[in-house]
Design a protein around this ligand. Structure first.
Ligand code: SF4
Ligand code: SF4
Length: 69
């Protein structure tokens, strides 16, 4: 099973929970600031994501949507 995620950059506060809990290390912290001044999480579309949705469950800002492919 493969997956992709979409991160709503303007909801993200850069807390890194999704990065720490992703079992595939498919998310990194970007060097891009959003409008609120947070460095945001960024999906690495490297075919590692399984669509497990752990990142979405952990995100306190409900900023992540998961799609299974
Ligand atoms: S869905 Fe699972 S594998 Fe994919 S980025 Fe989120 S935590 Fe990682
Ligand atoms: S858990 Fe949510 S708010 Fe925290 S870095 Fe990831 S996407 Fe951003």
């Amino acid at each position: 099973m493969k997956g992709i995620i979409k991160i709503d950059r303007e909801r993200c506060k850069g807390c890194s929970f999704c990065i720490e809990f992703c079992p595939k290390k498919a998310i990194i912290l970007s060097d891009q600031l959003n409008l609120k001044g947070y460095f945001t999480a960024d999906f690495q579309d490297n075919n590692l994501c399984t669509g497990c949705a752990t990142c979405a469950v952990m995100c306190p800002e409900v900023a992540i949507e998961v799609y299974k492919t």
